[in-house]
Design a protein around this ligand. Structure first.
Ligand SMILES: CC(C)(COP(=O)(O)OP(=O)(O)OC[C@H]1O[C@@H](n2cnc3c(N)ncnc32)[C@H](O)[C@@H]1OP(=O)(O)O)[C@@H](O)C(=O)NCCC(=O)NCCS
Length: 178
């Protein structure tokens, strides 16, 4: 569990399932993913995050707004399961409901995860997204990540010729290691 000025980042609860399904079922939120998720797929996504937390392979946490207890989305880190330049150990990522955009919540939660990653002794973190996903790349820049243009790649799980297949890679290095 992590806490920031406005957010609690915590493990998933059953009460998160309906609001999470609303977020990842929204075509506008998911416009940089190949598909939206129906309730079953949203539940499966939560189940995977719970399993990852239990196994210690991911920390994609529920992001809850302190002021009203609303689930605003997910923010977290996880081990990487696709080949990336330099074999980085973990990625950082986020998905928020659109009514919560533009208030700096994603950078705020991401910074807490980055601090936690450095406390865990990770040498670096990366983030990746579709080349056309400029809002997410803005978050990466705002939290101090730098684009690694040599790391551009075609996402192996997105169909050939799909417009979301070209991906960009951003990195941030643990300052204790430099
Ligand atoms: C990416 C995302 C998490 C941004 O979170 P956020 O908490 O709104 O972050 P910020 O408030 O710092 O805004 C970041 C950028 O998002 C864009 N943005 C903000 N509000 C927006 C809105 N209402 N509509 C469209 N873009 C918006 C802006 O480019 C902003 O940059 P700026 O601060 O320089 O203007 C959010 O857009 C999101 O969940 N998108 C859908 C899921 C997704 O693509 N996740 C990433 C997959 S890798």
């Amino acid at each position: 569990m992590l806490e920031t000025e406005r957010l609690i980042l915590r493990p998933w609860q059953d009460a998160d399932r309906a609001p999470f399904a609303a977020i990842v079922g929204d075509p506008h939120v998911m416009r940089f993913y190949p598909n939206t998720r129906d309730r079953a797929a949203a539940d499966a996504w939560i189940d995977k995050m719970i399993a990852g937390l239990g196994a210690g392979t991911s920390a994609f946490l529920a992001a809850e707004r302190k002021s009203d207890g609303e689930l605003i989305g997910l923010i977290g880190t996880a081990r990487i399961d696709i080949p990336l330049r330099g074999n980085p150990p973990e990625e950082i990522g986020w998905v928020l409901g659109s009514q919560y955009w533009g208030q700096g919540y994603a950078p705020e939660g991401a910074r807490a995860h980055i601090d936690q990653a450095w406390r865990r002794g990770l040498p670096e973190l990366v983030a990746f997204t579709a080349a056309v996903n400029h809002p997410s790349q803005r978050v990466m820049v705002k939290i101090g990540m730098s684009r690694d243009t040599m790391g551009d790649f075609l996402h192996p799980r997105i169909a050939e010729n799909h417009p979301l297949r070209p991906h960009v890679l951003y990195r941030i290095t643990n300052p204790d290691n430099s």
